[in-house]
Design a protein around this ligand. Structure first.
Ligand code: URA
Length: 254
């Protein structure tokens, strides 16, 4: 089908409006700007994005962002800057952050349009481990370290789930805490429950995905095939078989 007809049928505007969008370079086909209104579109194979919005078939994309301090993990906010501003260059408007980091928390944030994977990574039932690096105000005692690991009362209905505590650098009070839940301010509240303040917090991993330490705060990169496959496998989703299959949307609802 012709591109202009395809966009009109998809409800993106009248024939003349969509022609205007195409001529203005506001439409991409498989990641390339397309200014030819008559371009042939294979409906189930081409990924068409019109003014930032995916139309019909949607390719799943995955980016790792090294979230800096000072940005909200949200898709929009009236007053504060959000992580979406850091991914403007992708040209995509269908991305969202997988879970939330506090405004002042830094580190690994997965940005994707894959709602199925996101839901699975965040599902409490899957207990996906997340490792944080916390710089503490003081050293928790060995008994307090055990409490962090066994489960603590942070004012929720239940104690926190078992966690893993380790020192990355004890002299600098740099602690590693791996948790499998994602309650509001969880790491800060867990340390507060043992009389420690978190002076800074950085997420280092989520499941099999590790923060790429070469990314400066605010920088992002696409996930490698291995990284995507690792997350799909971890969450019980089908891993595409070969290079051609990877172009297909394997599991997400159309
Ligand atoms: N725990 C926190 O306290 N803050 C975060 O941003 C993430 C986990």
């Amino acid at each position: 089908m012709r591109l202009d007809k395809y966009l009109t049928q998809a409800g993106m505007g009248s024939r003349s409006q969509v022609k205007e969008y195409i001529r203005k370079g506001q439409v991409t086909v498989d990641g390339q700007t397309e200014t030819d209104c008559g371009r042939h579109i294979e409906e189930m194979c081409c990924e068409v994005i019109c003014r930032g919005q995916a139309v019909g078939f949607q390719k799943m994309v995955y980016f790792m962002l090294n979230k800096p301090d000072g940005y909200l993990s949200a898709t929009s906010d009236e007053r504060e800057q959000t992580v979406m501003e850091l991914l403007k260059d992708t040209g995509r408007r269908d991305l969202f952050p997988v879970g939330r980091l506090d405004k002042d928390t830094e580190g690994l944030l997965l940005m994707t349009n894959d709602g199925v994977l996101a839901h699975r990574l965040l599902s409490p039932a899957r207990a996906v481990p997340k490792q944080y690096l916390a710089v503490l105000s003081r050293e928790p005692s060995p008994e307090q370290q055990k409490m962090l690991e066994r489960g603590l009362d942070i004012g929720e209905a239940k104690l926190t789930a078992p966690a893993v505590f380790a020192w990355r650098d004890k002299a600098r009070l740099e602690a590693l805490l791996t948790i499998t839940e994602g309650k509001y301010h969880q790491v800060k509240r867990m340390f507060a429950a043992v009389d420690c303040r978190v002076l800074s917090l950085r997420r280092l991993s989520m499941g099999t995905l590790l923060l790429d330490e070469s990314l400066a705060p605010g920088a992002y990169r696409p996930l490698s095939t291995e990284e995507v496959d690792g997350l799909l496998r971890l969450t019980g989703l089908k891993v595409p078989a070969g290079p051609e299959a990877k172009e297909e949307n394997q599991h997400a609802a159309k």
